[in-house]
Design a protein around this ligand. Structure first.
Ligand SMILES: [Zn+2]
Length: 297
């Protein structure tokens, strides 16, 4: 029986990309084989390098099938986000990276925190597994745009007429552009939280390896390790585990090797608590903490 635990099915666009990249490098000599590559998630899209000032903009989403947020649930999830933030800042400090992450939780002008929005196919997992990934991504981008349009109405209006904004911005982009303006930083990490704590679901990050649409995460669990994992995806980190979506034996083999090499890496699907996890040199390179891959790769 397949159980979808908290990391099981995430972010397979990354896996596909990683697999493709590794497929090419795998024919090279073992040493330095990652060094030949420019990874498409590195310095890409909204969240380029994980340093300086970062704002997590968290939107709690209510829906009929994934559940509604109670005040208790929102508070405990906020605590988990703060634990993830503290861990990330601590890891950055250990690497002499200047990083300050702040959390802003979306709240409407009337004080209401969650935004109600249904998945077209009821749940996130159905959205991903009942159709091709490209269609799922399109559907989720529309879902995100509709939420962002509502969220954007609660932000203070832009009175700066000189701001040159493209007229064809989608609503998720428009929301992020406005938040960048308000917070005076490019690093806006948009995370949607759906309340699936007691159900089998998944979390994922979208649009992380291209810039056709802005990247964001959808998180179904309160686990700080999941939150840190998805957050790191937005800045270019890749999965280091095999999911049931990986079909090719060679890709699976390479990912198993990665998993074996970095058993405590936060980008694996380890059930360990965040305090027992680490950020490998490979991920440090992807998120911009190391300018070059170490000679071990
Ligand atoms: Zn992942």
């Amino acid at each position: 029986m397949v159980t979808f635990n908290f990391f099981t099915m995430k972010n397979f666009v990354f896996l596909t990309f990683l697999a493709a990249a590794l497929l090419i490098v795998s024919s090279c000599a073992n040493s330095n084989f990652y060094r030949e590559f420019a990874f498409s998630s590195v310095k890409n899209n909204v969240c380029k390098t994980l340093d300086d000032k970062v704002v997590i903009y968290a939107i709690f989403v209510d829906s009929k099938y994934t559940g509604v947020w109670s005040e208790y649930d929102m508070n405990s999830t906020s605590d988990s986000i703060c634990k993830a933030i503290n861990w990330l800042e601590q890891k950055a400090a250990e690497d002499s990276v200047d990083l300050k992450i702040s959390l802003e939780i979306h709240k409407a002008s009337n004080g209401r925190i969650p935004i109600k929005q249904e998945f077209k196919r009821k749940t996130l997992s159905a959205t991903l597994y009942d159709q091709k990934y490209i269609d799922a991504e399109r559907e989720l981008n529309k879902w995100s745009d509709e939420i962002a349009a509502i969220a954007g109405k609660s932000l203070p209006r832009d009175k700066n007429q000189s701001t040159k904004t493209r007229n064809n911005l989608r609503d998720t982009e428009r929301l992020i552009a406005r938040l960048r303006d308000i917070h005076k930083t490019d690093n806006i990490a948009l995370l949607y939280f759906v309340n699936n704590y007691f159900k089998d679901e998944l979390s994922l990050a979208l649009n992380t390896d291209h810039d056709k649409n802005v990247e964001y995460g959808v998180i179904s669990f309160k686990n700080p390790a999941v939150i840190a994992h998805e957050f790191l995806h937005l800045f270019g980190a890749m999965d280091m585990y095999v999911s049931s979506l990986d079909k090719k034996i060679r890709e699976k083999k390479i990912k198993l090797q990665m998993n074996k090499r970095f058993p405590n890496e936060v980008m694996t699907n380890s059930p360990k608590s965040l305090d027992d996890l680490m950020i490998s040199d490979f991920t440090k390179y992807l998120i911009g903490w190391d300018k070059e891959l170490s000679s071990d790769f």
